[in-house]
Design a protein around this ligand. Structure first.
Ligand code: MG
Length: 257
């Protein structure tokens, strides 16, 4: 099986809850942000970061000896803005960007004409009520949470763009669709962290809520670790939690709080 197949696997809705303790010396933890550590909101900028989240992440990072990483579809700078004190590696734009040790880098550059694509997307969003364009350094996302009926319009537009730009691919997300560099996904971020930071003898655990997290569940599984799906929907993850509050509860336990 390749990472490309994972979203097509019909998986059990009966995944059990994850273990309440794991060996901190034997694991590396990978965390999605939206819908995993914070509740989803109407707009990406309307989320609320739980007051104790920075402290939980800090304790977790110490307990797991620095092997805690965030992997988000947002730009890395966004995560830094919300969680400025977090010390671990932050992968943004599904892994296209890495922020670590006070420095940011772009792992993949897109050769496509992003400005022109973004201008056309802007016109589409202006002409269709409820659509919201998010510009990223390596791609674009169109959010349709406020206009679910516009999903086929967004899909048709982005499919058309992807067909003309082979270095880009479409990634459906929750009430949003994205164009991002081909071959960059959360599995590539997880694997990059394992290799870059020498975590290859640790079992990776990935926690996330979205279709984009399935790549990372697959990568964690392939390295002997496991995934935890947050919320409803098909998944290849071994375990499931109901929502961000349950994730924070688990992380408190794992952090030994
Ligand atoms: Mg998410």
């Amino acid at each position: 099986m390749t990472a490309r197949d994972v979203t097509h696997i019909a998986a059990t809705e009966l995944s059990p809850p994850p273990p309440r303790t794991i060996d901190p010396s034997g694991h590396a933890i990978f965390l999605d942000f939206d819908g995993c550590l914070v509740e989803l909101a109407e707009r990406p900028d309307a989320i609320r970061v739980p007051d104790d989240l920075p402290a939980i992440l800090d304790r977790l990072d110490r307990r797991f000896e620095g092997r805690v990483s965030l992997i988000s579809g947002r730009p890395a700078a966004d995560i830094v803005r919300y969680l400025g004190d977090f010390r671990g590696p932050i992968y943004g734009n599904h892994g296209a960007e890495l922020h670590h040790g006070g420095k940011s880098m772009v792992r993949t550059r897109v050769a496509g004409e992003l400005d022109e694509i973004a201008e056309r997307a802007e016109r589409l969003c202006a002409a269709t009520d409820g659509l919201l364009l998010e510009r990223k350094s390596t791609g674009i996302a169109i959010h349709y949470r406020r206009a679910p009926e516009a999903e086929p319009i967004v899909r048709g537009f982005l499919d058309g763009v992807a067909a003309r730009h082979p270095d880009l691919e479409m990634q459906p997300a929750k009430m949003a669709m994205e164009l991002r560099p081909r071959g960059v996904d959360k599995a590539s971020a997880l694997n990059d962290a394992v290799e870059r930071f020498g975590w290859d003898h640790k079992l990776p655990v990935h926690i996330g809520d979205d279709a984009t997290d399935e790549w990372a569940f697959h990568a964690a599984d392939a390295r002997g670790g496991f995934g935890i799906k947050v919320g409803e929907g098909d998944t290849i993850a071994h375990y499931r939690l109901s929502g961000p509050a349950a994730v924070l509860d688990l992380l408190r336990d794992w952090a030994g709080a």
